[in-house]
Write a protein that binds this ligand. Structure first.
Ligand code: G3H
Ligand code: 13P
Ligand code: NA
Ligand code: ZN
Length: 328
């Protein structure tokens, strides 16, 4: 059934595991996640960004999620709004059956400009009030997502605050985190510890100190009962880069977040781990392979089926690695 965020994350905390939150835009991606969950006996979080909702259209998405719940009655499924930019976005998600919403008040409504602490508290608090009244969980975000390597916040797209914000200012401050959670009542808190969205996180192989894991530990000590969330947590596997490039793609060499780093986070209160890029890469690699090897084919099922299988394999791997397997 569709359940609220709390149901899944409280169980994860009680049993010391993490739950992958995979992004979806269409039916095949939902099918990949559900098949992976069924094969590994995992609870799932399926999330849709604002862009995903507009691409898939709310009504299609709502019915696809209801279909997933109908087909897999024994799997707890959270339907989550990823990076909600305003109270209105979160409300419309709830009206469309989402059981969890992220109010990302670390940025202004444009989703780009860094917002101040007071704005973030106010808008997140407003969402918590509306959401909790309808048994919907809320994720907030504090800090500025961005690679520690590049030294600037992702919101700037490499411009603007570059050179003005130090590494330290990008990261979530443990005292502020405690203040933020107390003031807003969020169920889960996304923290900035040096990850960024997308495939291009690190330009060299991470050496074990690319993420500010000490921050996670400090935040978890201050907030032992708050579920922590890691965004930008794709591992960008070499095999997937190789498949894409072997079959005509042109992705420059890149590195993502090592799974072992995520596992360290899970030992320190991380319960929700956002993964989108790895799934996108799996799908693209599989489609490129079919179209390159069989240029005569034109039935979408000929490439969408392998794409679905490839994404399922990524999902299964993460479900096992994060420890959610066996916990449905
Ligand atoms: O936060 C970003 C997620 O990967 C979703 O991306 O906004 O392109 O749908 P999107
Ligand atoms: P990745 O781009 O690392 O998959 O991160 C996805 C994410 O954080 C969605 O909110
Ligand atoms: Na989210
Ligand atoms: Zn994110």
């Amino acid at each position: 059934p569709l359940v609220s965020l709390r149901v899944v994350l409280d169980h994860a905390a009680e049993n010391n595991y993490g739950v992958a939150a995979f992004n979806v835009n269409n039916m095949e991606q939902i099918q990949s996640i559900m098949e992976a969950a069924a094969e590994t006996d995992s609870p799932v979080i399926i999330q849709a960004s604002r862009g995903a909702r507009s691409y898939s259209q709310d009504a299609y998405l709502r019915h696809l999620m209801l279909a997933a719940a109908e087909l897999y009655p024994n799997i707890p499924i959270v339907m989550h709004q990823d990076h909600g930019n305003s109270v209105a976005t979160c409300l419309s998600a709830i009206d469309n059956g989402f059981t969890s919403v992220m109010m990302d008040g670390s940025l202004k409504e444009d989703g780009k400009t860094p917002a101040d602490f007071d704005y973030n508290v106010q808008v997140t608090k407003d969402v918590v009030k509306l959401a909790h009244a309808r048994n919907v969980g809320v994720e907030g975000e504090l800090g500025c997502l961005g690679s520690l390597e590049s030294g600037h916040g992702e919101a700037e797209d490499g411009h603007g605050a570059e050179g003005q914000l130090s590494h330290d200012q990008l990261l979530t401050d443990p005292d502020e985190a405690a203040q933020f959670v107390a003031a807003t009542g969020v169920d889960a808190l996304a923290v900035a510890i040096g990850t960024s969205h997308g495939a291009y996180k690190f330009t060299k192989k991470p050496d074990g100190s690319v993420l500010a894991m000490d921050r996670i530990e400090a935040i978890h000590k201050k907030l032992p009962n708050t579920h922590l969330v890691m965004h930008g947590s794709s591992s960008v596997p070499q095999e997937l880069q190789d498949i894409i490039n072997k079959y005509g793609g042109k992705m420059p060499q890149t590195w993502g977040v090592p799974v072992e780093e995520i596992q360290r986070g899970i030992k320190n209160g991380v319960r929700k781990i956002n993964v989108d890029t790895d799934c996108r890469m799996a799908i693209t690699g599989a489609i490129r392979k079919v179209l390159t090897e069989s240029p005569d084919k034109f039935d979408p099922r000929d490439y969408l089926k392998p794409a679905r299988t490839a994404m399922k394999e990524v999902c299964k791997a993460r479900m096992v690695q994060f420890g959610q397997a066996g916990n449905a």
